[in-house]
Design a protein around this ligand. Structure first.
Ligand code: MG
Length: 303
């Protein structure tokens, strides 16, 4: 599943996408992001918009509540135009907005100033809406392999990235949320592959608004799940989970789907954010999703 597909299968009830242009003015209103965390030591699960079965937004949220799913991860494209719909849908429910998954245009390491400007404008628009929704942060990848022309992979580019992230992080902080660097695997994004490297960039960006995440699917790059999460330490703000062979629901790849080593690090860190599903399924969705939740809770208890 790629992010375009994710977008296509997002909730039908929130299809009205406003492509309002964004200003770069400071955002002082929202502060809920800092509160969007759950008790440490507990496995707080989150679903993306297409994870739960159901024809309508309401049916999907009912399914999530019945399973005790604490969070909802939203697609970032057009988020500003969906804020009110999302608030209404979650009103009275025990489900929080977790991370916002990308959705911006352009990319931060673009060599073309117009493409970089596209990123700056659309990313800040999403960050602002994320703050209004109390999101834990907006997920971003510095550069996918297919995004060209891209700044070269040099020390100067890293310095540039840290400087740009500092400004973006401070903006996110002023909006009550964060930006979250997502390392991917080398086939998708050679630039940033390791959770520990992302955390070092976040440290050097020197802003409380710059965080990182680990995705169990992409973490095939890591030598150790435990070491990867542990090295992220206080910068760890979000986790994605999928089966470890074919990116399906956890459990659909059988014995490969072992998350205990990573979960042990999360427990030791006192990680209090969310573990969010980012995966498809080959089975009956209601069945595979329910089994996946049971599997993750069992492994969390064992970790
Ligand atoms: Mg991911």
């Amino acid at each position: 599943m790629n992010r375009k597909e994710f977008f296509k299968v997002s909730f039908a009830g929130a299809a009205a996408i406003a492509a309002a242009s964004a200003g770069l003015t400071a955002c002082a209103s929202a502060t809920r992001g800092k509160d969007a965390k759950s008790p440490a030591g507990k496995l707080n699960l989150s679903f993306q918009e297409n994870t739960a079965p159901g024809e309508t937004y309401g049916e999907k949220l009912d399914f999530m509540e019945n399973l005790g799913i604490a969070g909802l991860e939203l697609w970032g494209g057009g988020l500003a135009g969906r804020v009110n719909d999302i608030r209404q849908a979650l009103n009275g429910r025990d489900i929080q907005v977790t991370a916002i998954c990308a959705g911006f245009e352009g990319f931060i390491l673009a060599e073309d100033p117009a493409v970089k400007a596209q990123f700056d404008t659309t990313m800040r628009e999403i960050v602002r809406a994320a703050g209004e929704l109390g999101s834990t942060g907006v997920i971003m990848v510095p550069a996918f392999n297919n995004q060209k022309p891209c700044r070269p992979h040099t020390l100067e580019t890293r310095d540039f990235l840290c400087s740009e992230l500092h400004a973006l992080g401070e903006y996110a902080k002023s909006c009550g949320t964060t930006v979250i660097l997502e390392p991917l695997n080398r086939r998708e994004a050679f630039y940033l592959r390791l959770v520990g490297d992302a955390a070092a960039i976040a440290r050097d960006a020197d802003s409380e608004g710059v965080k990182v995440m680990g995705d169990f699917w992409h973490m095939q790059e890591e030598v150790s799940d435990y070491g990867a999460f542990y090295s992220a330490g206080k910068y760890l703000q979000h986790v994605h989970v999928a089966s470890r062979g074919n990116r399906l629901m956890p459990g659909e790849d059988g014995e490969k789907d072992n998350y205990r080593d990573g979960f042990r690090a999360l427990k030791e860190l006192g990680y209090d954010k969310y573990v969010s599903f980012e995966c498809g399924t080959q089975g009956d969705r209601a069945t595979t999703v329910t089994r996946a939740v049971e599997l993750l809770r069992a492994q969390w208890a064992e970790a």
